[in-house]
Write a protein that binds this ligand. Structure first.
Ligand code: B3K
Ligand code: ZN
Length: 853
């Protein structure tokens, strides 16, 4: 398959200022008539080239006259045109019901909907399907009124009416020029939760969350989050909404989380529907976070879009940064930062260290869908955060104001964004730009020496950026590191916090008048997305975990202490647990701490993250070391876990305080169960049965899922029957089993794939079982290779249905270099089998072949 290079970018030969689309909607055969006003752009003499895929072409007219001098070149429609401006009309037929890849126009449980990013619009009609062609859209839809009473599209509704054959029509107009990937329409039998928002300039916007009638009661949280987001973007970024309506539609079958189509967001129902009985606190947080993210795209993505797909992080990194800020402002900013770093380490660090590593602004791709990655999104957000840190809040706001002003209505580049940071921030970011072009997670070594008598402390810092595919040599980057020294004896801060910009391979910093032995607090707030290697002793880390004034640094010290202990345990088969037990005990008994913070701080690092520290991963050794520490922590601190578990209880409410208490209780329950305490099974089952909310119910189920208790089987059974008609909750049923640490999980998962409720056609269900299993390090890497074979079988089957979702689930097989020769060979064998499969999509081919290199 063809490789697309960033360096090959050329401005469009033809622009399309206006387009009218006329849809005659039918699930089996939909007619699409498109009328494009085309204007010659950059290159003289070039024919008009319209992208297409999978449709049947019925007719082509130029300036009102039928023509047949067009050709098809690799699915693109090429029409020779002589003048500077023409009207081009095409008519095509498409089959939404048969569309299982969920790109273009498709059907999801009777609702017709679209997904066009990145290159789905070409599956609807012939068009220059690239983000730098901005058009004004008029959309007319005609459909059977009984089956599709609601007809929605981008922008504002302008007209509509009934026809005499049981059909009706509606017309929508979007006044803002937009790229084709932001096009959307929805037709279905939908109910609406209405709201309204008055913007900062006093305009009223009508809001609507559209779902199936039966789901209406679960939409209040999303609607509330939407209003909060609209207000937040005005207050924090000065961004006002620009249309008279804002609609969100939830559908069950969706490749991604949601889509920011102008004025008509389409969501995976798992990021809209929430009520206490079916959604956990994490689900509630995710709903609000994704609603905010898609809403924020209206400015960072829609008003200013991307020139080409290599610039994807321009909108995604910035918008993730914005939604992280929004979520931080809704509750504990410290806990939000901890959660974000945890997920960066779980998904982006491994990506950056593996065969699919790529820069935040990639140089090439085969299939752009494969680049909606943790690197583009989450590392991209970290880049924005570093620039915000370097500029400080006022100058950062001035820089984003400048960006929105300078590029409104255009398709911009990452370079454009950085130039605004420089111009408004008064800084030189030349070297900082390496963050966009160099892949790999930088490693920083830090050693602190102190002259006991003289009072001088010397901090030696050095950096190293590992080689990544295609990038053997790296330059030193700009690493903004927040640093502070604390006194080991008094616990007092010895310096102010300072921001060090490490931009050399090695640097030395000197601190004078340091009267007692200093302890180093570094990368506070996770100011740079790097790995810190320091020689701090277990005692110093335990000290920081109890005394640092930066909550993230406290968490981080505890994590490092745990990690050092677990790595020692995995390598040597045993480790000294005392420092961890002391530090966890102190954290649990510190009354000044927020329970939500405590719950995060006392959680052990994930198995995958422990494995990332080892030269060769031994999944059983990692699991055993972690279990040993868990058991020891459970037993040694049993009284404190019981106290946390028995802490204040109130009827369910979704508030930061109650969320934190629920989280801590569930963590405590996990530790109690790990000790094998006699009453643990009963405690968990009672919680499971009596819970008035899903957080507690699933929390107890999760604890039971890792045990041999008889209550485990009973709980899964009850859970299944109670929620048999709720697909989102059944996903949890599959996922919880796929994530179990039990020795038989791989066998259970293979069997679950045959369950009548399992299906690969629904991406959520596929991810719940196959996706979750792939990140279950112990089960997936079972020595006999049954996990590898299962994943490959599922990916090959899913590739025929939905290549995009299949390709997304491949990365666990790409970790083969990290394992022993026997596992490596088994994993490679499966990758080779995938690559050799006839008719493989380019999505899965790219991921599998790159993973073998
Ligand atoms: N922009 C969409 C991405 C959908 C792409 C699917 N291949 C969702 C988001 O980031 O907001
Ligand atoms: Zn996004």
């Amino acid at each position: 398959p063809a490789v697309i290079h960033r360096s090959d970018y050329r401005p469009p030969a033809w622009m399309v200022p206006d387009v009218s689309l006329d849809f005659d909607l039918d699930p089996d055969a939909t007619r699409v008539r498109a009328k494009l006003d085309v204007r010659r752009g950059s290159a003289a003499g070039e024919p008009l080239r319209l992208d297409g895929a999978g449709q049947t072409l019925l007719s082509v007219h130029v300036d009102g006259v039928a023509v047949n001098d067009w050709t098809l070149d690799n699915d693109a429609l090429v029409i020779p045109l002589s003048g500077e401006a023409h009207t081009v009309e095409t008519e095509v037929e498409i089959a939404p019901e048969a569309n299982s890849q969920l790109m273009g126009l498709y059907a999801s449980s009777g609702i017709l909907c679209t997904q066009c990013e990145a290159e789905g619009f070409r599956r609807i009609t012939y068009f220059p399907d690239r983000p730098d062609v901005l058009a004004r859209y008029r959309v007319r839809m005609t459909a059977d009124k009984a089956r599709f009473p609601i007809l929605l599209a981008n922008g504002d509704p302008v007209d509509g009416g009934d026809l005499d054959d049981g059909r009706h029509w509606a017309e929508w107009h979007d006044p803002y020029p937009k790229p084709s990937y932001l096009f959307a329409l929805v037709a279905g039998d939908l109910a609406v939760n209405r709201g309204s928002f008055t913007t900062m300039s006093g305009r009223e916007v009508v809001l609507g969350i559209w779902v199936r009638e039966g789901d209406l009661a679960r939409t209040d949280h999303a609607l509330h989050a939407l209003k909060l987001s609209m207000a937040w973007d005005e207050q924090v970024y000065g961004r006002e909404y620009d249309l008279d309506v804002f609609n969100i539609v939830a559908v069950d079958d969706f490749n991604f989380g949601a889509m920011e189509n102008k004025g008509l967001n389409i969501f995976n129902s798992r990021y809209i529907l929430a009520d206490p009985d079916t959604a956990t606190d994490i689900d509630y947080d995710n709903v609000a976070g994704v609603v905010a993210h898609e809403y924020f795209h209206n400015w960072s993505g829609n008003r200013i879009t991307c020139r080409d797909w290599f610039q994807l992080s321009l909108k995604e990194g910035f918008t993730v940064y914005r939604d992280q800020g929004f979520s931080a402002d809704q509750g504990s900013a410290a806990v939000k930062r901890i959660e974000d770093v945890r997920s960066l380490r779980a998904s982006q660090f491994p990506e950056d260290g593996g065969p699919l590593a790529h820069p935040v602004r990639p140089e090439s791709f085969i299939e752009i869908s494969n680049f909606y990655t943790a690197t583009i999104y989450n590392k991209g957000a970290e880049l924005i955060r570093m620039m915000a840190t370097i500029l400080g809040p006022q100058r950062f706001r001035a820089a984003t104001d400048l960006y929105f002003e300078r590029f409104d209505g255009t398709a911009a580049t990452c370079e454009d964004f950085v130039a605004c940071m420089e111009d408004a921030g008064g800084v030189d970011l030349s070297q900082f730009r390496l963050w966009y072009s160099q892949a790999g997670t930088p490693r920083v070594a830090a050693t602190l020496d102190h002259q006991a008598g003289g009072g001088r402390a010397t901090l030696r810092l050095s950096q190293q950026v590992p080689a990544t595919p295609g990038q053997p040599e790296k330059h030193a980057m700009v690493l903004p590191l927040k640093i502070r020294l604390f006194g080991a004896e008094t616990g007092r801060p010895l310096t102010d916090e300072q921001l060090v910009l490490l931009d050399q391979p090695a640097e030395t910093l000197v601190f004078e008048a340091i009267s007692e032995r200093p302890v180093l607090s570094i990368n506070r707030g996770f100011s740079a997305p790097v790995v810190i290697e320091s020689d701090r002793s277990p005692a110093d880390l335990a000290f920081l975990s109890g005394h640092d004034d930066d909550p993230f640094a406290r968490y981080e010290a505890m994590q490092q202490l745990m990690l050092d202990t677990l790595v020692a345990g995995a390598i040597e088969g045993q480790a000294d647990h005392r420092a961890v037990i002391g530090a966890v005990g102190a954290t649990l008994s510190d009354p000044s701490l927020d329970p939500a913070f405590v719950a995060e701080a006392v959680l052990l690092p994930a198995e995958g993250f422990i494995a990332d520290q080892l030269a060769t991963v031994d999944p059983e050794a990692v699991f055993t070391a972690r279990e040993a520490l868990r058991r020891d922590l459970g037993a040694q601190l049993e009284g404190q876990w019981r106290e946390a578990y028995d802490g204040p209880r109130a009827p369910y409410a979704y508030t930061p305080r109650d969320k934190g208490l629920r989280r801590l209780r569930n963590v405590a329950l996990g530790y109690l169960a790990a000790t094998g305490a006699e009453d643990a099974a009963k405690l968990a089952f009672t919680q499971f049965a009596a819970a008035d909310n899903m957080t507690d119910r699933q929390g107890a189920l999760q604890v039971l899922s890792n045990t041999d208790f008889d209550e485990r089987v009973a709980a899964f059974d009850i859970f299944f029957h109670r929620y048999a008609d709720n697909p989102l909750v059944l996903d949890k049923w599959f996922q919880t089993q796929a994530l179990s640490s039990r020795a038989d999980t791989a066998d259970v998962v293979v069997e679950l794939a045959q369950h009548r409720a399992f299906s690969l056609t629904n991406p959520n269900r596929a991810r719940a079982l196959v996706g979750a299993f792939g990140v279950n390090q112990r089960a997936f890497n079972r020595a006999d290779g049954v996990g590898y074979r299962f994943l490959a079988d599922q990916l090959i089957a899913l590739d025929r249905i939905n290549p995009q979702t299949s390709a997304k689930l491949l990365p666990p097989l790409g970790r083969w270099r990290r394992f022993d020769p026997a596992r490596s060979a088994l994993m490679r064998g499966e990758l080779e089998r995938i690559v050799a499969t006839p008719g493989l999509s380019k999505d899965l081919f790219e991921q599998a072949s790159k993973s073998l290199e």
